[in-house]
Design a protein around this ligand. Structure first.
Ligand SMILES: Nc1nc2c(ncn2[C@@H]2O[C@H](COP(=O)(O)OP(=O)(O)OP(=O)(O)O)[C@@H](O)[C@H]2O)c(=O)[nH]1
Ligand SMILES: [Mg+2]
Length: 249
């Protein structure tokens, strides 16, 4: 039976990862899925903790060094696509901000069957953000508003990382052209999915600010996202649509 796989990128999430895996283990008793943690050789020993977590549904991809969220996801997705075992790829943060209780609606057994991309969304009715300072709210909402206007994609949360992609959708994408290394990978994946004709649905999620560990969000990452989105927006204005960016095979 093909099943979903949850990809969890981690860099220094030792304080959060086992809690998350235990919650997933509870859900796993009633729902079949696999988990792949993608760790960039976290100095805090995140990978050792995952290795010691002896559940057959959990695997880990060990990478040599920190290379950014986009690079980690590309490596994880490439692993998934090498297998025929999976129906969906769910992406989820490893710091406890994404709630296991929202997973069932992300996976959406009740969604229309043509849905190929589900976006967990903080900024629609029913969605919320807990314990975020004002500047993070402004950054997230402002970032999405800017990307929405620049790219002409009318969705409420383009930067969130809690999503489900159908494997057939991912197989249509040309990952050689999706090259954001940082968080703008999330925006680029929506652009590429829309270019590939994805049917998108947004479901509300509760995003809780990390309690442990340190944010990897940096000025460089914000700047990369801003610069990249501006370039994509200009390319669009010049008539170079996303499919001409060779996102679709
Ligand atoms: N493998 C890998 N994982 C990463 C990298 N950068 C971030 N992550 C993971 O990606 C997820 C999201 O990163 P966060 O730092 O939580 O980013 P955020 O949620 O936007 O910001 P905060 O919650 O405020 O920290 C977390 O599980 C991180 O550990 C990276 O370079 N490599
Ligand atoms: Mg986080």
């Amino acid at each position: 039976m093909i099943k979903p796989i949850i990809l969890i990128p981690t860099y220094n999430e030792a304080e959060a990862i086992l809690g998350l895996l235990s919650e997933l283990e509870l859900l796993h008793r009633k729902m079949d899925f696999d988990v792949l943690v993608i760790d960039d050789n976290s100095p805090d020993g995140t990978a050792d903790l995952v290795d010691s977590y002896d559940y057959p549904f959990v695997d880990i991809l060990h990478r040599e060094a920190k290379a950014g969220l986009g690079a980690a996801y590309r490596a994880g997705i490439s692993n998934v696509l090498a297998s025929e075992n999976y129906s969906h790829v769910i992406t989820m943060d490893g710091d406890g901000s994404h709630q296991v209780s929202d997973l069932e609606s992300i996976l959406g057994t009740e969604h229309p069957s043509n849905i190929s991309l589900t976006l967990g969304t903080r900024w629609i009715s029913g969605g919320s953000v807990v314990n975020w300072p004002l500047h993070r709210r402004i950054l997230s909402k402002g970032g999405t508003a800017f990307a929405r206007a620049a790219l002409g994609i009318p969705l409420a949360d383009l930067t969130g990382g809690f999503r489900a992609y159908s494997v057939p959708l991912l197989r249509r994408l040309n990952f050689e052209s999706i090259n954001s290394t940082g968080y703008c990978f999330q925006i680029e994946m929506v652009m590429a999915s829309v270019a590939a004709g994805a049917s998108v649905i947004e479901v509300p999620i509760t995003f809780i600010e990390r309690v442990n560990g340190v944010s990897k969000m940096s000025r460089t990452i914000v700047f990369e996202a801003l610069k990249q989105t501006t370039i994509w927006g200009l390319q669009r204005k010049l008539g170079r649509s996303a499919d001409k960016l060779h996102y679709v095979k």
